[in-house]
Design a protein around this ligand. Structure first.
Ligand SMILES: [Zn+2]
Length: 399
């Protein structure tokens, strides 16, 4: 197989993607652009629309193993146009950099996926397995109608992903810094305490909700969750807001609430943390005469893809192209890898994230080309390692 349609220039594609104003949940043609490119490479493309979110799954080849590149075409808002040196959706190239919203997070990586797949299939006489792409338009938003739902539907359709590489900008400063092979979990909570309003001069006729709220917060802060485990930093709980909304000096308010978030490693599950928070809240509810309501949301569980053959392939590919061996790390926020980990071993490697979600988001043009070389190398090493052996030729008897 060899023709010009397989030569996808990753910079051109990244620029075309940035020009799509795909601020979550808008798509603005980004997925159709990918569909066109992928179909030209021979991929079978399926689109999944859930609510106002578009998603795409494309596969080339029918055999196992199925190596999947995953990512998102949606971007965070650009903010004030005046704060940018260029049009955030103009995809300017100057000073050796590509500028624009999504350059790093993560349209540059998606363009690199496709360019790598194109070159790899051109150079490979027969594909030893399958290459797939799972692209969502809902990673930066609620992430409810995106990767999570597509994976459920794919499983129902009998589709199997063997290993997955997410193109999130995993490098803090330079290409080759880090591969993420896990992520901490995240739990959002709101504690609402209801007492009884009254005059501050007559406290016996009121019930102040603030002291029990403070006591609950103190109980939560009193526990050292852990000291860090197995490649993870320590879990931490942060109270992010305490809200009473009482402008008066002479009123005991009737309600007080606090918001918090816990980033937790694999020493905990979201459910265990919820049980613990409920116990602490109940203890204070009983000792104070008040009502405590909890609103707890597990945003993602912690996970770790054990270092091994798969992570070594990724490290080797990065080292071959950049000359630097990336560290395996688990820091940073959550990503769609939290959903993928239930279906396949998953890791993340993409561009440099220093400017992501900021004004003047940019990446070196050379990094986009290098990243596509790395992804191509990953495919070569992966299929060499995981290719399913051909069944022995049957000599006797016909089937
Ligand atoms: Zn991202």
């Amino acid at each position: 197989m060899s023709d010009d349609t397989h030569n996808v220039d990753p910079l051109t594609l990244a620029r075309d993607l940035i020009r799509c104003r795909s601020v979550t949940p808008l798509d603005d043609g980004a997925l159709s652009l990918l569909q066109k490119q992928l179909e030209a490479l021979g991929f079978t493309v399926k689109r999944y629309q859930f609510g106002d979110v578009g998603n795409l799954y494309a596969r080339l080849g029918g055999k196992a193993p199925n190596f999947c590149f995953a990512g998102h075409t949606d971007v965070v808002p650009a903010g004030n146009r005046e704060d940018w040196d260029d049009d955030p959706f103009g995809a300017q190239v100057r000073e050796g950099m590509l500028w624009g919203r999504g350059a790093a997070d993560m349209k540059g990586a998606i363009a690199a996926f496709i360019a790598a797949a194109g070159r790899f299939t051109t150079r490979t006489a027969s594909l030893p397995g399958s290459i797939s792409l799972l692209i969502t338009g809902d990673e930066e938003g609620a992430a409810v109608d995106g990767t999570k739902r597509v994976l459920q539907v794919l499983a129902e359709e009998g589709e199997h992903i063997s290993h997955c590489l997410v193109g999130e900008p995993s490098n803090p400063d330079a290409l080759g810094d880090e591969i993420k092979n896990g992520r901490r979990g995240s739990l959002n909570g709101i504690i609402s305490v209801r007492g009884q309003q009254g005059h501050v001069a007559y406290p016996e006729r009121a019930q102040n909700p603030i002291p029990p709220l403070i006591d609950i917060i103190n109980r939560l802060y009193a526990r050292l969750l852990d000291d860090g485990v197995d490649g993870f930093q320590a879990s931490n709980l942060e109270v992010t807001s305490i809200d009473v909304d009482n402008p008066a000096h002479n009123i005991i308010p009737s309600a007080a609430s606090a918001r918090f978030n816990i980033r937790f490693n694999i020493a905990h599950t979201g459910a265990q943390l919820c049980d613990w928070i409920k116990e602490e809240a109940q203890a204070e509810e009983q000792s104070h005469d008040c009502t405590v309501k909890l609103n707890l949301n597990i945003m993602g569980e912690a996970f770790l893809t054990q270092p091994g053959t798969f992570t070594s392939i990724l490290q080797n590919a990065v080292e071959e192209i950049t000359g630097r061996r990336p560290a395996l790390t688990t820091g940073g926020g959550t990503s769609d890898a939290r959903f993928i980990k239930d279906f396949a071993p998953v890791a993340e490697f993409g561009l440099t994230g220093a400017s992501m979600h900021k004004v003047n988001e940019h990446v070196p043009v050379s990094d986009i080309h290098d990243l596509s070389e790395i992804y191509e190398r990953v495919l070569s090493l992966y299929f060499k390692e995981y290719q399913v052996a051909r069944p022995p030729i049957v000599v006797h008897g016909k089937k």
